[in-house]
Design a protein around this ligand. Structure first.
Ligand code: KIV
Ligand code: NA
Length: 259
């Protein structure tokens, strides 16, 4: 079974497959499907908790979901997404919050929406034994500052900044770098430049691996980003089952009569 350390030096002749999970049941199914990594994303805010951004989900809520996922898996590495403001405000608190994901919630690594402010933190965390996955390109926790969920790295200047930050985080010890919603050429360039894997979402086919939100992958989401693909239609199945239940109870067909 893959470890975070093996991900860092990924040399298998195939892409890395990562999916999110937010609860033990889904995590077990995702593990059985053969993914290499499971991310407990703060996307839980949008896809399961009814929020319209990831900003409202906090450290305690994420620990709760990470712990559930960790209970659901046997051996696939579980990565805890660090929520808005859980890192960055204060160094001690940042380290404490990341450490709790391993110590209390049972994660194997943390993912941090990265920027110039997270290079030193990444180095410190890795020194302390907390593996870090960096995240560049579209970083949804900065939606208010970015003014929306647009593709990042379109200008030469923005592309260079993302590339330089990817190099800086790889040098700081990050074991992988998520690239979200960036041009495919930039993703290819970053992938060639750093010696740890890139994991893309909306970043084209040239990254070392891919990640999707599990609800998008199974066709459960109400709406999903244009770059996601549904590999099933779970929403229709869910609706059929629920309609069937309600109809059976209301018509008296369930439970069956005793005779
Ligand atoms: O929260 C999340 O699901 C993520 C992935 C889309 C990378 O950060
Ligand atoms: Na996230």
């Amino acid at each position: 079974m893959t470890t975070v350390r093996e991900i860092r030096t990924w040399d298998a002749d195939r892409p890395i497959a990562m999916l999110t999970a937010y609860d033990a049941t889904t995590a077990a199914l995702v593990e059985r499907a053969g993914v290499d990594l499971i991310l407990v994303g703060d996307s839980v805010a949008n896809v399961r908790l009814g929020h319209d951004s990831t900003l409202p989900v906090d450290q305690a809520a994420m620990e709760h979901h990470v712990a559930a996922v960790a209970r659901g898996v046997e051996s696939v590495p579980v990565i805890a997404d660090m929520p808005f403001l859980s890192i960055g405000a204060d160094r001690g608190d940042s380290v404490e919050h990341c450490g709790r994901m391993l110590k209390e919630a049972g994660a194997d690594a943390v993912k941090i929406e990265s920027g110039p402010h997270t290079v030193d933190l990444t180095e410190r965390l890795v020194q302390l034994g907390i593996p870090v996955m960096a995240h560049l390109g579209l970083t949804p926790q900065r939606v208010k500052e970015l003014g929306g969920y647009r593709q990042q790295g379109q200008s030469d200047e923005d592309a260079a900044e993302i590339r330089d930050l990817a190099v800086a985080h790889a040098d700081a010890g990050a074991f992988a770098v998520v690239l979200e919603h960036v041009p495919s050429d930039l993703a290819r360039e970053v992938t060639e430049r750093i010696d740890v894997p890139t994991i893309g979402i909306g970043a084209g086919p040239h990254t070392t691996g891919q990640v999707l939100v599990v609800d998008d992958a199974v066709g459960l989401s109400d709406e999903q980003p244009p770059f996601a693909e549904a590999f099933g239609d779970l929403r229709a199945e869910f609706e059929d089952a629920l309609d069937g239940y309600v109809e059976a109870v209301q018509s008296g067909a369930f439970p069956p009569g005793e005779d």
